[in-house]
Design a protein. Sequence first.
Length: 212
Amino acid sequence: MLGDGSGASVLVPTRVAGTAQWSEVWTGWFHTCGRTTDGQALCWGYNVMGQAGSGDREPQLVPVAVTGSASWQTLTLGAYHTCGIRANGSAWCWGYNSGRQLGDGTQEDRPSPVAVAAARSWISLAAGSSHTCGVGGDGTLSCWGDNSQGQLGTNHAPWSSFPTQVGNATTWVSVVAGYDSNLALREDASAWRWGATFWATQSGSVHLPEQF
């Protein structure tokens, strides 16, 4: 669903419906979200898990506002869930939660944003298939959700319902997530990876961050 109101496939660029002025857009597997110039978050597309954040599970053919009055800094889209950082630095997630990837302490799907259960300010979030990671304002890195491929970087339980700190480093600056793996950067510009591995030199999973 391209947000043009038709629900049909198109072969040429088609303008997203509405008059919103956009500053950024992000894509997930089957849904898309954007942030307007005034900080509003809108989403559209497949919504059976509530990943559009519209408070329901109906397909959204045009952009609809994410429920709750808030100004957003950034969003990140996973396979069937969405997370974002509000202007005050708080982290919120919505959508599919079978892997506990929303970080609210439950396994319930949420069609509207719920606060990630951690009293901290966030500067970066990354949503994977069934997990989420984030960098806090204090430079710590935390992950939550499914850990079947080591994607939480903790080498612990098969899942976590709450943000769990990855190691003791306080120099993380950003993180990005793949399907069930992650890459993150530290202040010294070093890059680290963990989770399912599909690199040419190895296969399997890396359960703790390793530099490369």
